[in-house]
Structure formats: C-alpha cells, structure tokens
Design a protein around this ligand. Structure first.
Ligand SMILES: NC(=O)c1ccc[n+]([C@@H]2O[C@H](COP(=O)([O-])OP(=O)(O)OC[C@H]3O[C@@H](n4cnc5c(N)ncnc54)[C@H](OP(=O)(O)O)[C@@H]3O)[C@@H](O)[C@H]2O)c1
Length: 261
C-alpha cells in the first residue's frame, strides 16, 4: 500500500498539503492509496479526510507524547506500507519573553517542532522507497534569531539544518528532503495561537503575510523538483538572501522595529 503521512493535517498548511496532494494524486495518477493524517483533533481530521477523494485515515495523536510514536511504529510494522512522502507540518509557536513563556510551554515547542519530525522520519525511513520525499515545514525563523520567539526560532533553525544534512545523507538512496521556509501566513491558526499567551502583545504586526494556498502551491512545486530548500514567496526568498549577508545583530534590530509597528 502506497501512503503519504501528513502531520498537522487538522488545519492550516498541513490540511492544505493534504488537499493539494489529493488533487494531484487524482489528476496525475500517482497511485497514493491512503493518506495518514495526524493531529490531536480527531474531529477536525475527519472533516479534512471527508473532503479528499483518496482514502484517508485520521490519526488523533499528540506528537509531544512518546506513546503516539509507539503506536505509529506498531502500525508501520503491521501494515508495512510504502511511505511515498512524509510531510512534517505540525508545529506551534508562543510569543513572549523568558518570564512569560512557562517551562512547560517551551518544552512543548521543542517536543513538537524539533523532536517530533526527527522521530517520525526515523520511523518512516525504512518504509520510504527510492524516489520518496520528506518535507520539513520550517520557517524563515530558521534564518536568524528572533527575540520574543526565541525558542520557536531556534527550533526552526534546528529543523532547517537537520533537513539539509538529512537530505545529503539520503541522496544516495534517491530520497529527497525539502525544508519549507514560509514567512508569516495569515490565514492559518498559527498567529492567533502564538499571540494567545501573556507575552502575545510583544509582536503586534505581521506585515507582508502570505496566504496558505499560495504557500503550499509554491512549496509543493519545490518538493516535486526535489529542491533542498523552499522559500514559498518573495518575502521569504528575500529574507533568506538578506540573512546570508547581513550580521545577525542588524537583522534583530530590523525585527525590533517590525514587531513594534
Ligand atoms: N502560519 C505561519 O505564520 C507560519 C509561518 C512559518 C512557518 N509556519 C509553520 O507551519 C507549520 C504549520 O503551521 P500552520 O500555520 O498551519 O498552523 P496551524 O493552523 O496552527 O496548524 C498547526 C497544526 O499542528 C497541529 N498540532 C499542534 N500541536 C500538535 C501536537 N501536540 N500534536 C500533533 N499535532 C499538533 C494542529 O492540530 P491540533 O491542534 O488538532 O493538534 C494543526 O493541525 C508549523 O510547523 C509552523 O511552525 C507557520
């Protein structure tokens, strides 16, 4: 059985990846037989699954909980599917200073944004055939340090570098890894949740934010071309270029102005 595993599939970018891959699967005859859709909300996953023409299995799992990976390992062992693509889109950020973000919230960000994709890739890899793909939804936050998003941005920097090195390691096996690095996306749940804590007001403005559909369309084109890095939009492309040449101190000064506007 040929499957695609998508985390964060109950909404936002993950759900849009599912819808777009489903359309392409039907149009192009890719032979994907099932989507495994992962997030905590079973109800939202079932709603997304109901919009797809390819069969989809909603898996209500918390990816900060080790038991979720035990269950996934057992499912992969029992069903021995061919995992044609893994999309690690589950992620969350909390805005705030060091006293405003609890130990628990910081730990959850690390578990979800950093540990979960590494763990899922390790489980899926034995099942990914030559020609398969891994997608890590990182962020432009990977390109520089972001005060008041420090744990989130450091986690995305980890994910970006991990993805690039993993891609090299897997090149000989014909498996590509793409780090997708969007700038702010305005129509997903991310920004509202990131602002919900006591430090949420530290970032007031999200200028030049893009839209979920355009981000996923551009990202998927890059994934299909096996690009190691996808900057799906002009702002994230410019940010990546600027971060290569400007000192981090200056980039943080610009961020200080932008976040207070
Ligand atoms: N939106 C932006 O501005 C932006 C910019 C750059 C990068 N990104 C990245 O894009 C990815 C997708 O974000 P989004 O914008 O689509 O946000 P979103 O709409 O909030 O979606 C996040 C997804 O992650 C799932 N999730 C959250 N906690 C989870 C957990 N503990 N276990 C399993 N699933 C969990 C959520 O489902 P449940 O709540 O049902 O679990 C949801 O499906 C994230 O990695 C984010 O860091 C977003």
């Amino acid at each position: 059985m040929r499957i695609v595993i998508i985390t964060g599939a109950s909404g936002g970018l993950g759900a849009e990846f599912a819808r777009r891959l489903d359309r392409l699967n039907i149009l192009c005859g890719w032979g994907i037989e099932e989507f495994w859709l992962i997030a905590r909300s079973g109800e939202k996953l079932r709603a997304v699954a109901g919009t797809l023409r390819t069969p989809a299995r909603p898996l209500a799992l918390d990816l900060t909980d080790g038991a979720s990976f035990s269950l996934l390992r057992a499912m992969l062992r029992a069903q021995a599917p061919e995992v044609w693509m893994v999309v690690n889109a589950a992620g969350a950020g909390v805005i705030g200073g060091p006293e405003e973000i609890s130990d628990e919230a910081a730990g959850r960000m690390i578990d979800l944004n950093v540990k979960a994709p590494v763990r899922l890739d390790k489980l899926a890899l034995p099942h990914i055939p030559r020609g398969g793909r891994i997608v890590e939804v990182a962020s432009t936050a990977a390109f520089q340090p972001f005060p008041y998003l420090n744990v989130y941005a450091a986690g995305k920097a980890f994910l970006y570098r991990y993805a690039r090195a993993l891609g090299r390691e897997l090149r000989g096996r014909g498996i590509s890894v793409t780090a997708v690095c969007p700038y702010w996306v305005k129509d997903t749940g991310f920004i509202g949740k990131a602002q919900a804590g006591p430090g949420g007001g530290k970032v007031r403005h999200f200028p030049f934010a893009s839209a979920e559909k355009a981000v996923v369309r551009a990202a998927l084109e890059d994934v299909l071309r096996r690009k190691p890095v996808s900057t799906p939009g002009p702002v994230c492309t410019l940010h990546r270029a600027a971060a290569k040449v400007l000192p981090e101190g200056l980039l943080m000064d610009v961020w200080e102005i932008l976040r207070k506007i």
